[in-house]
Each structure stands twice: as structure tokens, then as C-alpha cells.
Write a protein that binds this ligand. Sequence first.
Ligand SMILES: *Cc1c(COP(=O)(O)O)cnc(C)c1O
Length: 494
Amino acid sequence: MEILYNSTRDDKVSVTASQAILKGLADDGGLFVPNSIPKLDVSVKELSAMSYQQIAYEVMKLFLTDFTEDELKNCIEKAYDSKFDTKEIAPLVKEDGAYFLELFHGPTIAFKDMALSILPHLLITSAKKNNVKNDIVILTATSGDTGKAALAGFADVPGTKIIVFYPKNGVSPIQEKQMVTQRGDNTFVVGINGNFDDAQTGVKKMFNDKELAKKLDDRGYQFSSANSINIGRLVPQIVYYVYSYAKLVADGQIKDGDSINVVVPTGNFGNILAAYYAKNMGININKLICASNENKVLFDFFGTGVYDRNRDFILTSSPSMDILISSNLERLIYRIAGNDADANKELMNALSKEGKYEITDSMKKELADFVGGFCDEAKTAATIKDLYSKTGYVIDTHTAVAAGVYKDYVAKTSDNTPTVIASTASPFKFTRSVMEAVDGKYASMTDFELIDELASIAKRDVPQAIEDIRSAPVRHDTVCDVDKMQEVVENILK
Ligand SMILES: *Cc1c(COP(=O)(O)O)cnc(C)c1O
């Protein structure tokens, strides 16, 4: 069955999967959503005998229906290869009564690699299918993590270039080192004398500049975005929920048909939405437990039906979840409104005008599968320490938010359904917070001393991504003023 994509703000918009991937966002500002959620057409028994790559094909073929089998398999093969440090791609590790789904074995040791390693291939395939002759130029502003994951994904992908702007004094030393050592002749990293908002504003301006678009078109280039609302990032994330269920069955941990719960440390709501889609495809997921840090807009939303971003932004030890507007939630709102674009649009307008909206009672009923929870800073640290003391297993701060929320959930409900916790980053990515949670005595050590200490207490090798930044040469040293961003881009794209 062919799946087409509508905008969450206009039902009349209907595009193919490849067009939705190329465009990223609909012209009306809405997000692309599949016009129905396809059911898996292979059994769990069959899935449980498959590799990650094979399951990826079975899931993605149902959503990306205008891709041929060869095209899709080719994308999957190029994405999930030896860039990952384990053949399993996303291993499940059982500790303290829960299954940690380790989504951090890719090139930047965090879960965004799961989607950003395949997006470039989906994008160039989409460009070919739609007779786009230009090279695709990914233009991104980053506050740290997404930039690196996108650079790693696009490095040396033929037919693409990637230009990343970051605030010169606004990212951590490790994040900066990760970006400026990026390999690949098609990668460009530029520091700006300004903050993240300046970088983002500058990038948006270039995206909307028709004259610039014309100029670049003459030179054989066009812009695209690797933004987290691209359907080409969402669909690959459904795969690992299907994979983890099949793996639990294959390993005899559950029987085919048993239900599981999933707990997802949430920021922009992409990861947990993928779990919801997996459930709708037929995977027997019971509760979707949405874990927030102290920026608990979503916890409040699931409790009250009111989404309210009017509050202080709190900097936490799980920075990738420090978000007050969860963009992907719009896809769920649209759906629980009965796929009603007008109703959704009204709520989103209220969000941009007043910073809040309230859903109706009948919409609230549609949220019965979701449970919201949150974990404060003290409990996040205590969760890391307790799990380590009990089992020797070390988790990062984001995963700890989820594990902490799960503990509360079990205490409150006595629900003993087998549970998968999405483990979204390697502890090596947030070494200082993790080690200080384990023991205060680590506070005086340097970052690299802490890395070796973590390897020793966790009995894990230091990931290649970390070794790289110790030794790799700096390849990017361009720094510019905010008003020179466009000039820099035009020079790169001569
Ligand atoms: C991006 C990110 C999250 C949040 O995921 P969403 O899909 O935005 O909800 C959680 N943990 C880590 C480590 C991340 O990088």
C-alpha cells in the first residue's frame, strides 16, 4: 500500500516519502505525517531470526513506499556498517530487572547516530528520485551535539556537503574538539562570534533568501536540513523498538505476544514517538513512559492536558533533554485530534502566541498509553550511583533520568511488565557528571583522567569517538562574525 505524507497543518498537502524527506518541513510550517500507520507484514517469529539491517528493511519499506527494494537496502547497508562498534548495532543489556537498549554504539556515541547515519543516504536517494541535479548542501546551526552527529553522518557522502555553524564560545571543549577534528572533504565547520541563537538566525536567513538560492542553483547547489523533525529521521528510529521486541523473543526473555513497556528519556519527543509508531505497527507495547528532566513540560502535559512553556529554562546534567518546546509532539497532537489539521493548527498557533494550549477531554482519552514522569538532578545522580553499586553497570545522565522515572513508576504501580529503557548516550559522552555521581572524589580530576577512570570502573574500552578527539588533528579553524556567515557559505560553495 502506498503511504503518502500530509502536513499536520493542512490535510490537502500530500507528498511522497522522498518528497517529504527532501522538504523536511511543509511550507505551512507543519510536520509531515504518514496518512496511515502500516502494519508489519512479517511475523515476530520471522523478525526474531533477522539482523538489525534486515529488520530495518522490513520496517522502513512500509513507510518509504516510493523507494525501490534496491534503493532502500543500499541506504541501510551504507548506514549500519562498521561505523557502529558492534554487529548488533543496538544491543540489549539486562541489568537490575530492566533491559537497557544501548543506542550509543555509532560514530558519535549517542542515539542521534541511529537516524543520522542513514538520513544522508535517504536524502541523496530522494534527490535522485525527484530529478534533483544539484548537490545537496546541509546547513546547520548547532549548540553542540546534533552538529557532530550530522557531520559524521554526511562525511564523504557523494553529492552532499555539510556546513555547521557553532557559537565559538558556547559549546563545551569536548564538543568543539569533536567538531573541529571532523574528517571528510565535504565537511565544513565554522565558529561564529555570537551565541547559538545568532547562529540559528543566520542559518534561517540563508534558507529563506531567494536570491542566494538562485545564485547557488546556478552553481549546482541547493540547501537542505538534517533537522530532527524530518520524517527521514523519525522512520529509522521505529526500527530499534521492533528490533528490541524481536530480540527479547529470540533470547527467550519474553514469549511472542507478551507485552512490554518502554521508557524513553525525552526532549524533542522524536524517540518516544517512534516507539508509539512501533506500537501502532503491531508491536505489543503496553505503556510508553515519557521521562523528563527538571524541564518537565511533558510530565505536566500528560498529567493535566495543558502544554505550557511559560517557565524558566533549567540547565541540567542531561542537556540534550533541556527543551521547552518538543517539536515532534505536534505529530501526536494531530493524531489524537483525529488527524484534524485545523484543530492542530489552532493549538500550535496558541503555543506560538501564548506559549500554551490545552487539549480537549476526548483527546486526553487518546493518551491512555502514555505515562509521564520526571527525575530531578539529585535523583538522576543517585540513580547512576545505585545502579553502579548494585551491578557495576554505568549509565549516562539521560539514561539515568529514564531509569529513575522507571523506578518511581514500578514503586507506584507494581507493574512488572518486562521493560525496555532507551539508553540514549554512552556514559563516556558525559563523563564528568557520571563520575561525580558515582563518587565525589572524582571532582578534582581532569576530563581525560576521568575517561580512563570510567573505562576502568565500568570495565569497558574507551570508545573510538573519544580516542579520536584525544589525538586527531584540528581540520577546521574558520571563525567569523555573525554578519559574515553568508560570505563564508558563498566562499565554500564557489
Ligand atoms: C536528543 C537526545 C534525547 C532526546 O531525544 P528526543 O527524540 O529529542 O526526545 C535524549 N538523550 C540524548 C542523549 C539525546 O541526544
